[in-house]
Design a protein around this ligand. Structure first.
Ligand code: ADP
Ligand code: MG
Length: 408
């Protein structure tokens, strides 16, 4: 019964977000969980989509993500004792998890708690100690498993509200680094910095052009005129993504070390296309050569895409997105049939400026730029043909570029 009530309230939060006061709704969920509501604060941190620059972040290249208006919310209130209680409206069946301040060991169940607890652990390791407990109620509206980085969103959110509530004074970029540290070392995922950085430093209407080697970044206004961003979820799930991811990291590192015998570089991201063409003979194996070629060319494409966006050249931006997909498909080999079918079918349609797989690959989502007045027609056509060809139902998310973490 409790679960049903929670799901109903949660659904209401989602459907009526424009109409009802979100803060009220989240406070209501908090009250249903913990039976009090006085003094509760509500926070938000966004998910992200990467427009271009895929698998470049651990190769010392650029990425070009933007924060979304969908993300994760938390209603929180400090306690007088040392208990930390965590609950997620997305996993009502898992109930409330309770730990003590200072006891940050890995939690077997509910496993989702390891994302926020990892952040509390990382804060503790860096000397930011909670001096009392806290009650936390999470709720996220990022579709699960879509690759829009719900994990970074819940991590950044946790670091952000703890920073605010306990007055740690940590800068947003350091919040991103801390969350990446937590996901790497507490959750055992070898992720780069992009997801946490995009969530922490998001800015409405802007993409973030980030140099992952130096963490210098620039905002680039996304001025779409008659076009819209659309995310298409292939709903293709892949169970061994992380092993492929680790393979790619290793392959790119091996290619780099072979190039380093001849040239003095720290990462593939330092190479221009012509430098790569000049020295590619150093790479002994065709597969490794293709991996390195993707890392180098994708980084250069991302630099060109930023310039195109600054010049409001959406046509070029869209073409670079498609080139990115082809390179991810053929050279880096991280796409899959489902993502390829979506891209192939979309490119047959009128009103499509650009489309590519986004995220780690092997499933997940495509992101595209489409004429706003044709978008419903495009969705219907892709929906039909994708179901026919792949036997899976796609989901479509009309997204907007939103703000970074904030208190509501
Ligand atoms: P994504 O691409 O969405 O980041 P991940 O597998 O990296 O996918 O992270 C998803 C995991 O993050 C979920 O399985 C869950 O453990 C955790 N998570 C994300 N959002 C929430 C939420 N609102 N409540 C609880 N756990 C969440
Ligand atoms: Mg994740």
């Amino acid at each position: 019964m409790a679960n049903r009530v929670h799901s109903a309230v949660a659904a209401n939060v989602l459907c009526k977000r424009e109409v009802f006061n979100l803060k009220e709704k989240l406070t209501e969920l908090f009250w249903e969980t913990y039976n009090y509501r006085d003094g509760v604060s509500v926070y938000f941190a966004p998910g992200r989509v990467n427009l271009i620059g895929e698998h470049t972040d651990y190769n010392g290249g650029h990425v070009f993500p933007c924060a979304l208006t969908i993300g994760t919310y938390a209603a929180v209130k400090c306690r007088d004792d040392n208990k930390i209680r965590l609950y997620s409206g997305n996993f009502p069946e898992k109930g409330v998890c309770e730990i003590e301040v200072g006891d940050y060991s890995y939690i077997k169940q509910p496993d989702w708690c390891n994302y926020p607890v990892g952040v509390i652990w990382a804060l503790y390791k860096k000397g930011y100690v909670l001096d009392r407990g806290i009650d936390i109620m999470y709720y996220g509206d990022i579709p699960s498993g879509s690759g829009l980085s719900s994990s970074a969103s819940i991590e950044v959110l946790t670091a952000y509200f703890l920073n605010d509530v306990f007055g740690f004074g940590i800068e947003l970029t350091d919040i991103a680094l801390l969350c990446q540290y937590s996901e790497n070392n507490f959750n055992g995922s070898n992720c780069g910095i992009m997801d946490q950085f995009a969530s922490a430093n998001g800015k409405a209407g802007n993409a973030i052009f980030l140099d992952t080697a130096t963490l210098t970044y620039e905002y680039a206004p996304v001025r779409l005129d008659g076009q819209s961003l659309l995310i298409i979820n292939s709903n293709k799930k892949h169970s061994i993504v992380s092993s492929h991811y680790n393979d790619r990291r290793r392959e790119a590192e091996t290619a780099l070390s072979q190039l380093q015998r001849e040239i003095d570089i720290q990462s593939l991201g330092e190479l221009s296309e012509s430098e790569f063409e000049k020295y590619k003979y150093c790479i002994e194996d065709d597969l490794l050569l293709r991996r390195a070629r993707h890392a180098v060319y994708e980084n250069q494409r991302t630099i060109k895409a930023k310039k195109a966006l600054n010049e409001n050249d959406i046509k070029l931006f869209g073409e670079l997105m498609v080139d990115s997909h082809v390179s991810l498909r053929d050279d880096y080999e991280v796409s899959c049939r489902e993502l390829d079918v979506i891209v192939e079918e979309a490119l047959k349609l009128d009103g499509v400026w650009g489309i590519r797989m986004t995220g780690g690959g092997f499933g997940g989502c495509c992101v595209g730029i489409f004429d706003t007045d044709k978008i419903e027609d495009i969705k219907n056509k892709i929906d039909r043909v994708y179901k026919d060809r792949c036997g899976i139902k796609a989901d479509f998310y009309d997204v907007s570029i939103g703000e970074g973490p904030h208190r509501l």
